[in-house]
Unconditional design. Structure first.
Lengths: 355, 306, 353
């Protein structure tokens, strides 16, 4: 008789093995999705082709997905910094909202400034607003021992309602027939596109911030201390900054990055502020950060792939007439199989003769 | 506000707190075993659909609640499979479950939108419902509300005094020592996940069978997330979960009534009340409490042993 | 023999060439803001799409649950890239993204619902729902005993505010004592919260519940309390047969078929369409059995006056809540004033924020 046994690998699988597992998980979940299509009398192969085309198949597809990946990447980068210290910041959504509010405040009041002055000012304000919004739960956590998961989650709802209040009230555009949106930003407050593409210059921001975070986490002493203190609170005692300050720092950075995503969405994508700017990137960011194991480069890849999935599913929807929920099912399946698959990075199954 | 309106507000508080209470209790059981399940929202959605469909097919609301609970367990079982079976990250798995559950309920539920199913209606309890003030507040509800009065106490007794409760807590507090003492820690975690999913499913079914009696998609509308937050608010204690759920439901019901009475306050600001109050109350409570009372190894997977 | 084959072949080619199947089907795309499973706004639009889909020489498709942010631009763009001839975008927030795309695709026809911007190839459309709202207000005003009408409303935007005002004016026309109390839920679609909002209105004495929400749960709240209700979007009487007086309803089919026909015939021109009851875009659902004949007659009479255009809803003197004169006596509110309405008429209790 044989027995299936789980063995821990001596060392985690190297990159090719991980890729293989990744591919295996993708194939499995795409297989299940095809079955779903088949049940609905839709051609599964065509569905997968559409998905692939929509995500990678053309210049347009690459553009569309990059545009969508930008805010996810920035939020996720922020979330990853906080998670390094094991501070559970669920609040990227709210910090994103406050960043958008901050940038809009500048754009509405100083719209006449020239772009080279105005754009950095908007970015800085968005970062400060998002950072301060992140600082609230940090201070509550360190000073009053309030759990950050609940405070960041509640502050998300409050931030969105603040945004609502502003666009329904004081900031409502007088020429939009009373609809809840601010007036269109002046030209100098709008982050433009790169050449003739749909991609905005926010992509450059992503690269800069991505490299900065990578260097910070990997090569600076503070970055190392974050990781060490997160894994072992006792290590924090030997850090140069007290644990309290570390928590504040990561939450400010985390919030600032999410805030910068809010600035980009308002300025580059919508050219104004309106409630529909909130589409849940802050929550998506958590998934992406975890999948990418908090590594900036992987976060970039994961952001793009997730954006590709969402864009590609729209094509399936349009051409094959499947409901929008199909995309959610597919996304959920892919995430779950990926998670389950990563098991094999660390473990292997051994078939052994029973004694 | 007249005293009669105050009584109506209290009664509404209990009703709107009930689905959140069931879900919060479910999450408490799950987390007590050391597993964090952020998929409450998705599980509630599926529970709502399953409850509705089962009640519609069998004609029995009780069957609906059971089906809601069972399908809740089933979806939570996916979380168990990924996290306990495959050592997957609990945070991501939970978030993925929310995405999957919400989408499944929309996908499968769309053909039934706008249809009715037999559900629960208020059953005033004899004698008790006639007690002034307390009667109309507590004893003129449906059976699921009465169930939610009993459930926290039962869970508390179970956790505190039963052998199984102890096993469950061991799985969340000190699994290594437990395993060394021969306690089937992984089994307890499975039990925590499935039992918790059952209660979350009932919370969802409450929405489609008792709160409203019409099926529409998206019934949960964020209540699952509130439940996740309230677990922390309750310091993992069933009794405090009752306070949290009613506080939240009560403030929600209160702000709507403020509007109905003609309070001239922007609705965005009024809607902030329940969320802001939760933070304030939690902060006040945390200041007096030592530590946050979370199970020691919450969210940490157990190494499979050779 | 050879000749016959050629003749036959020729006839075949001719037949193929002239038969409608050979002509390129007109591709019509729709974009919805919510899943069509919401039973409300998008559901009503999708019913209109189904009418278009049944037209000869037309195929339709849709994408649902498209957020009004940057995602909508991509969806519209992809429809245009894929060669859709007519694209309907059915939510206000799609306006600017659609305009951007319309400028890039001059040969595609774009139609935007509920906005105000136009382009050579982009028109807009909406329905005068407030007419039906006014009529439903008359019914509510006649049926109330407490003179308090409850209104569960989603978001304080002009469309909703306009509807509430029309409802209040209709109620006051038959019952000057009638007051409308408004509760905002800040959600189009959360059945449990909508029901709770209705209950809060019932608790302050409302005995007719009207709604600008996508789920029928406020109707249910009214029936459970044994009072009356007015639905929205579609006939909601099946949800609350004892309470449901009537409902202002959407019927997009005629407008959609007319537009698509115009594109097919090459007669389409860019304009702002705002039809009302005269086109059947909006209507009143059948009265419930509890509505007395006298009320039915009165409402039907007013309806015919609105249909012929003899009378309109927003005629002066109209004062806002603070008492200042917004529409002077003898005048009627212009379409632009209606589109940008952000104030409540007197007799409405609630805030517009």
């Amino acid at each position: 008789m044989s027995v299936l046994q789980i063995k821990r690998r001596q060392e985690p699988l190297f990159i090719w093995g991980s890729c293989l597992i990744f591919l295996g998980a993708i194939v499995l979940s795409l297989g299940i999705s095809s079955l779903l299509l088949l049940i609905q009398d839709r051609p599964p192969i065509q569905g997968l082709v559409l998905l692939f085309q929509g995500a990678f198949g053309s210049r347009w597809a690459l553009e569309d997905c990059l545009v969508k990946a930008i805010p996810i990447f920035l939020c996720s980068l922020g979330v990853a910094i906080a998670f390094r210290l094991q501070v559970w910041n669920i609040g990227a959504e709210g910090q994103f909202a406050l960043g958008a509010v901050g940038a809009t405040w500048i754009a509405l009041n100083f719209g006449t400034l020239p772009a080279p002055l105005l754009i950095p000012l908007m970015l800085a304000t968005a970062g400060i607003f998002g950072g301060l919004w992140g600082l609230i739960p940090a201070v509550l956590k360190t000073r009053l021992r309030t759990n950050e998961i609940i405070t960041t989650l509640m502050l998300n709802y409050i931030a969105i309602l603040i945004l609502d209040y502003l666009v329904y009230g004081p900031w409502k555009d007088p020429v939009s027939f009373g609809f809840p949106m601010t007036e269109v930003f002046s030209d100098s407050a709008i982050v433009g596109s790169i050449g003739a593409t749909r991609i905005n210059w926010g992509l450059l921001l992503c690269v800069v911030f991505g490299v900065m975070v990578w260097v910070f986490l990997r090569f600076t002493r503070l970055g190392y201390e974050l990781k060490a203190s997160g894994e072992n609170i006792n290590a924090a005692r030997y850090a140069r900054l007290p644990y309290e300050r570390l928590v504040w720092l990561v939450m400010i950075l985390s919030g600032a990055l999410a805030g910068s995503a809010g600035f980009l969405e308002a300025s580059a994508s919508l050219n104004r502020l309106q409630p529909s700017i909130m589409v849940g990137y802050g929550y998506t960011a958590i998934v992406v950060a975890w999948l990418a194991r908090l590594n900036p480069l992987y976060i970039g890849i994961a952001s793009y792939l997730l954006a590709g999935l969402r864009v590609g599913v729209e094509h399936i929807q349009l051409d094959l007439q499947v409901p929008a929920a199909f995309g959610g099912i597919m996304e959920g399946l892919i995430l779950l199989t990926l998670l389950a698959g990563s098991f094999f990075n660390h473990y292997r199954l051994v078939i052994r003769r029973a004694p | 506000m007249t005293s009669e309106m105050l009584i109506l507000l209290m009664a509404a508080t209990i009703q709107s707190g009930t689905p959140i209470l069931y879900a919060t209790l479910g999450e408490i059981i799950t987390e007590k075993s050391g597993v964090l399940n952020l998929g409450v929202e998705g599980i509630m959605m599926v529970g709502a659909l399953a409850g509705f469909l089962a009640a519609k097919i069998t004609g029995s609301p009780v069957a609906g609640v059971l089906a809601g609970g069972l399908c809740g367990s089933l979806l939570a079982g996916v979380h168990g499979l990924v996290c306990l079976g495959f050592q997957g990250n609990q945070v991501v798995s939970g978030l993925a479950l929310t995405i999957l559950g919400t989408a499944l309920a929309n996908y499968l539920g769309t053909p039934y939108v706008g249809q009715n199913a037999p559900g629960f209606y208020p059953v005033p309890l004899p004698v008790l419902s006639q007690v002034p003030v307390l009667g109309p507040i507590f004893f003129r509800h449906d059976l699921l509300v009465y169930g939610s009065f009993v459930a926290p106490a039962l869970i508390w007794i179970f956790m505190k005094y039963s052998r199984w409760g102890l096993g469950l807590r061991t799985a969340g507090e000190n699994p290594e020592a437990g395993a060394a003492a021969g306690i089937p820690v992984v089994g307890y975690r499975w039990a925590g996940i499935l039992a918790g999913g059952f209660l979350m499913g009932i919370g969802g079914a409450y929405l489609s069978l008792a709160y409203t009696h019409i099926w529409t998609t998206g019934l949960s509308a964020g209540r699952g997330w509130i439940a996740v937050a309230l677990v922390i608010f309750a310091f993992w204690k069933p009794g405090r979960a009752v306070v949290g759920a009613y506080l939240f439901g009560g403030v929600m019901a209160f702000q709507l009534r403020l509007q109905a009475m003609g309070a001239n306050i922007p609705s965005s600001l009024l809607l902030m009340l329940p969320y802001g109050l939760t933070v304030v109350v939690l902060t006040l409570a945390s200041m007096r409490q030592r530590g946050d009372q979370a199970p020691a190894v919450l969210g940490v997977n157990l190494e499979p042993r050779d | 023999m050879k000749k016959t084959v050629i003749v036959l072949l020729f006839a075949f080619v001719l037949a193929v060439a002239v038969s409608p199947a050979a002509a390129k089907d007109l591709k019509v795309g729709f974009i919805y803001v919510s899943p069509i499973g919401d039973a409300g706004w998008s559901f009503a639009h999708d019913k209109g799409r189904q009418v278009v889909d049944a037209m000869p020489g037309v195929t339709t498709s849709y994408v649902e649950a498209v957020s009004e942010g940057p995602d909508s631009e991509r969806v519209i763009l992809n429809m245009a890239r894929k060669g859709y001839d007519v694209i309907f975008a059915t939510s206000y927030g799609y306006m600017d993204p659609m305009l951007k795309v319309a400028r890039q695709f001059p040969n595609t026809t774009f139609m935007h619902c509920s906005g105000f911007k136009l382009n050579a190839n982009m028109g807009n459309y909406f329905g005068r729902m407030y007419q039906a709202r006014y009529l439903s207000g008359m019914v509510a005003g006649a049926m109330t005993k407490s003179d308090i009408l409850g209104y569960v409303a989603a978001f304080p935007i002009p469309e909703v505010i306009r509807g509430i005002n029309a409802f209040a004016l209709g109620a006051q026309a038959v019952n000057p004592q009638a007051r409308v109390r408004v509760v905002w839920t800040k959600t189009w679609y959360d059945p449990a919260t909508e029901k709770e909002a209705a209950k809060s209105l019932l608790d302050v004495g409302a005995d007719v519940i009207a709604q600008h929400q996508d789920s029928p749960s406020p109707q249910e709240a009214a029936q459970e309390r044994g009072v009356y209700s007015v639905g929205y979007n579609s006939d909601m009487s099946s949800f609350a047969p004892k309470a449901h007086l009537t409902a202002p309803v959407w019927n997009w089919g005629p407008l959609y078929t007319e537009t698509v026909e115009a594109v097919q015939n090459g007669t389409w021109t860019s304009q702002a369409l705002w039809p009302g009851m005269e086109k059947g875009i909006v209507d009143l659902a059948p009265f419930g059995p509890m509505v007395p004949q006298a009320v039915k007659d009165m409402v039907t009479k007013k309806k015919s006056l609105l249909v012929t255009g003899t009378e309109t809803v927003f005629v002066g003197p109209l004062r806002d809540q603070a008492g200042s004169l917004r529409v002077p006596a003898g005048a009627a509110a212009s379409d632009n004033e209606l589109l940008g309405m952000t104030w409540f008429v007197q007799g409405v209790i609630g805030t517009t924020q």
